[in-house]
Design a protein around this ligand. Structure first.
Ligand SMILES: Cc1cc2nc3c(=O)[nH]c(=O)nc-3n(C[C@H](O)[C@H](O)[C@H](O)COP(=O)(O)OP(=O)(O)OC[C@H]3O[C@@H](n4cnc5c(N)ncnc54)[C@H](O)[C@@H]3O)c2cc1C
Length: 497
């Protein structure tokens, strides 16, 4: 039996662990934290569970692509999730107007046309195009892949901003089409058509939030991997790679000095952090340099709010506020901070009628945190706490404006900064979605699972795309290196039949 060590128990690491243990490999996952899941982790404050990096997921109606994955992962009946409002899963405030996004393509067209009756044709054209893009990518439909260039979406490498502005010159409608761009940290001059289409279509097909948080996803994976005979170990931070004479990887060494030997290794760490562990004489320098200097998406600042008992009725939708007129105005965000705010009310199994808390997420420039760059969790000092408190107040003031009286219903609140994300998941500079997929730098935007070390592979959000679906597809590509891709696709579809 061939052995595989996986470094990191983020979504990508867990999916690889699940698939490969099911396929008869001897799998060991090493996680540096005391909790599994990376961005799937939840934490509890005042009895309320908060998500850290998985607020909602899409395409989970029966027969849709994530449903097929969940079925194959043996999640059905084990993971609790709730379908968001059909007629408004996301509600967005831009420039004095509030808009809803409806689930289902025709429902979306119908709802959008009520705001923009004169643009019905453009709205239809928009939906038809994003559907066409998604439909043409075999992998995202779990169809067997014919081309060897499986990660090549070249037909859809145009700038999404160009596409949207070609549909309409009405800035209000452009904003409407583009407003979910914070789901991929969109930038006018960089963001790609296929990224926009995959993500928007994903949520338009159907949107769900996890009940009691996304930690359950990690926990069920761990349980299932163990059932398959795999090992999942916490408090095992990998600090060193040990090589054979032929420059293949022999073992990894943890902080406490333990060594784990295997035939193959998969890193769920950021590619740049992975390369930090590879000495220069073991790999082509240009390759290592390339992975280490890839630019990353922006980082988040989040306020986690615990509400007083039964003070606000449950909101079965997400709410987003834009403080800037142009939703692509991220470049100017430091002038108006926060530039936007995503509000994610929690779904809770204890109280279905009321919301017990919500997260408020926005962007934060990593450079603002320079004074505390060399500090670690819980040891950043009083000035850091003051900095975060000042930012949190700005965030809460905005939400008070949108929901007057809400501040008086807050029982307590907590914050996380890009440093929190950096230190909990190893994400580069606290980057939210990993490496940027950039129109101007397409070659650098695709990372393959295979590395220049013949038995070391990569997985996770940096590979293909971030998010529940993007990372699942990426992990499929990693596992395909061991099993073949179409073989896995057939298995996932068969489980569904
Ligand atoms: C604020 C925020 C909100 C988001 N919201 C959504 C959402 O609503 N829907 C959605 O689909 N996606 C969302 N995402 C994206 C999604 O969470 C990620 O794309 C995905 O979880 C990343 O998975 P990953 O496999 O890359 O691993 P990560 O989550 O990055 O985990 C990597 C793991 O490796 C471990 N590790 C790192 N270094 C070592 C080491 N040296 N030794 C051992 N272990 C190590 C880390 O501790 C961690 O557990 C959000 C992300 C953020 C940050």
């Amino acid at each position: 039996m061939k052995s595989i060590v996986i470094i990191g128990s983020g979504l990508g690491g867990l999916i690889c662990g699940y698939i490969l243990s099911k396929e008869g490999f001897e799998v060991t996952i090493l996680e540096k934290h005391h909790k599994f899941g990376g961005n799937l982790q939840t934490f509890k404050r005042d009895g309320v569970n908060f998500d850290t990096g998985m607020h909602y997921v899409g395409s989970l109606d029966k027969g849709q692509v994530l449903y097929k994955f969940f079925n194959y992962f043996d999640f059905l009946g084990k993971i609790k999730y709730r379908r968001l409002d059909e007629d408004g899963f996301d509600r967005i405030f831009i420039k004095d107007n509030e808009y809803s996004y409806a689930m289902g393509h025709s429902n979306y067209i119908h709802t959008a046309s009520q705001y923009f009756p004169e643009h019905h044709k453009s709205i239809k054209a928009y939906i038809n195009k994003i559907k066409e893009v998604v439909n043409n990518i075999d992998l995202y439909n779990l169809r067997e892949v014919k081309s060897k260039k499986i990660n090549d979406f070249s037909t859809y490498n145009e700038k999404v901003y160009d596409f949207i502005t070609s549909l309409t010159s009405d800035i209000r409608l452009q904003n409407y089409f583009s407003a979910l761009n914070y789901l991929y940290s969109g930038e006018k001059e960089k963001s790609l058509m296929y990224v926009h289409s995959l993500i928007n279509n994903h949520y338009i097909e159907s949107s769900y939030r996890f009940v009691d948080g996304s930690q359950q996803v990690a926990d069920v994976f761990v349980e299932n991997i163990k059932k398959n005979g795999g090992k999942v170990l916490k408090n095992k931070e990998v600090k060193e790679f040990i090589f054979n004479e032929n420059k293949t990887l022999k073992a990894v060494k943890t902080k406490s000095g333990e060594q784990f030997y295997a035939d193959y290794f998969i890193s769920n760490m950021h590619p740049s952090n992975t390369m930090c562990l590879v000495p220069d004489d073991m790999i082509r320098k240009s390759y290592k340099k390339r992975l280490m200097r890839l630019p990353n998406t922006i980082s988040p600042f989040t306020v986690y709010v615990v509400l007083k008992d039964k003070s606000i009725e449950y909101m079965n939708y997400n709410y987003c506020y834009y403080g800037i007129d142009d939703v692509w105005g991220v470049d100017n965000y430091s002038k108006t901070w926060p530039p936007f705010l995503g509000m994610y009310p929690l779904a809770d199994s204890i109280d279905k009628k009321y919301t017990r808390g919500f997260s408020l997420m926005t962007y934060m420039d990593y450079n603002e945190l320079k004074p505390w760059k060399n500090t670690s969790v819980e040891n950043r000092g009083e000035d850091y706490k003051e900095f975060k408190m000042e930012k949190a107040q700005k965030v809460l003031d905005i939400i008070e404006k949108r929901f007057p009286g809400i501040k008086s219903k807050i029982k307590s609140f907590y914050t996380s900064s890009p440093l929190t994300l950096r230190d909990y998941t190893g994400s580069k500079n606290g980057s939210m979605y990993g490496i940027i997929r950039d129109y101007n730098n397409l070659n650098e935007s695709f990372i393959l699972p295979r590395t220049k070390i013949s038995n070391l592979y990569l997985t996770g959000q940096n590979l293909n795309l971030h998010g529940m679906l993007g990372v699942s597809i990426g992990a499929l590509l990693t596992c395909a290196e061991f099993t073949g891709l179409n073989y896995l696709i057939r298995k996932i579809n068969k489980k569904h039949d």
